[in-house]
Design a protein around this ligand. Structure first.
Ligand code: ZN
Ligand code: ZN
Length: 358
């Protein structure tokens, strides 16, 4: 098969192949498994919970612990279909509380397909919503809908993250490039530096950061602060004063940048048609290119290419033109062995300052 992927423009000699790489369709999965890899470092620079937490929490959040002996009182007089519709519209915290009422509440919530999918594949985000006390809150319907959405709301490519304050998908590339859509500011700075009305302050979407290790520098943060999306602050200021606020005075750039990471969490993409989930992959060939071919030139675009996160179908389109990835694939004897030239960083799942065993 020669994928119908469009020829890149411009075609860069030494990086792109001169023609689209042809391969049998049944090699697609093996190509992804052999020459693409998941960037664990990108997972660990945003909100995450220690490895032992998700499975424990998932089993307790999805299991029926006992047979219901008590009813839900007046609520149980409603048809089950109506109760399920109500659950669908509940925000995650209320749904969590409803499930804790008794075994009957637990049974009803556990039968919701969307709830089970969320607990299975997006537990980190579920826990983050409960712990960051994000407002406005997110309903089960909104959560499931975003889980089934693939595109980054900023660039339109595969979005591997959710930006919690405004509940939109974004991607690591947009987060790293300091996109305005993921800019985050502490509410304390806004109150201190801008004279905004109480109404404006109260209307900002907000959340409370979680202690942890964040950002590309893997810095540790202990204090929790209330944050708001910078775009909303700018809009409110412009409405009140007819000019833009001076944003650089909010907080030191490195601290402000870290807030953007504290506002994001990894959100895989669930496909309801085939019930498959994707976590996003990056290209080992692009890392080889960066190390061996342009290492001394430090071309910024090559770093951007190396740090791209693709859906599986986007990756196959990229592979069709990525010469180094094609060479790795050929070294692997059609995926039968690990290619000799596979960089260590790809085997480890990215670049780590300190917690390589995470
Ligand atoms: Zn993006
Ligand atoms: Zn590549």
């Amino acid at each position: 098969m020669s994928p119908d992927s469009e020829q890149p423009n411009p075609l860069i000699a030494g990086y792109h192949s001169s023609v689209a790489y042809a391969y049998p369709e049944n090699h697609a999965r093996a190509i992804i498994k052999t020459v693409a890899y998941h960037r664990k470092d990108f997972d660990l620079e945003v909100i995450w919970f220690p490895a032992h937490t998700p499975s424990d929490a998932a089993s307790s959040l999805a299991a029926d612990h006992q047979k219901p002996t008590a009813s839900l009182g007046e609520l149980d007089k409603l048809p089950l279909e109506l109760i399920i519709n109500i659950c669908w519209q509940l925000d995650i915290e209320s749904l969590f509380r409803f499930r804790q009422v008794n075994a009957r509440g637990q049974q009803i919530v556990n039968t919701l397909h969307e709830y089970r999918v969320i607990i299975k594949y997006a537990l980190n985000v579920f826990l983050a919503l409960l712990r960051t006390r994000k407002t406005p809150s997110v309903t089960l319907e909104e959560f499931y809908s975003l889980l089934c959405t693939q595109e980054c709301s900023v660039c339109g490519k595969y979005g591997n993250l959710v930006y919690l304050p405004t509940w939109v998908r974004c991607c690591s590339s947009c987060l790293h490039s300091n996109s305005p859509a993921t800019n985050t500011t502490s509410l304390g700075s806004v109150k201190r530096l801008l004279s905004l009305s109480q109404d404006a302050l109260q209307n900002f979407p907000r959340f409370k950061t979680l202690p942890g290790i964040y950002g590309t520098t893997e810095s540790s943060y202990k204090h929790r602060i209330i944050c708001v999306p910078t775009q909303h602050v700018i809009a409110a200021y412009e409405k009140g004063y007819n000019e833009k606020p001076i944003l650089s005075c909010f907080s030191p750039p490195h601290q402000k940048y870290a807030l953007d990471f504290k506002a994001c969490c990894v959100l895989p993409v669930y496909n309801p048609q085939n019930r498959q989930v994707e976590y996003g992959v990056s290209c080992a060939g692009c890392e080889v290119f960066l190390q061996d071919v342009v290492s001394r030139l430090h071309q910024k675009w090559a770093f951007v290419a190396r740090d791209m996160v693709y859906s599986h179908s986007e990756y196959l389109e990229h592979f069709a033109w990525c010469e180094q990835a094609q060479l790795l694939w050929e070294e692997s004897a059609h995926g039968m062995r690990e290619p000799e030239g596979l960089p260590m960083s790809c085997k480890r799942g990215g670049f780590f300052e300190r917690c390589s065993s995470c």
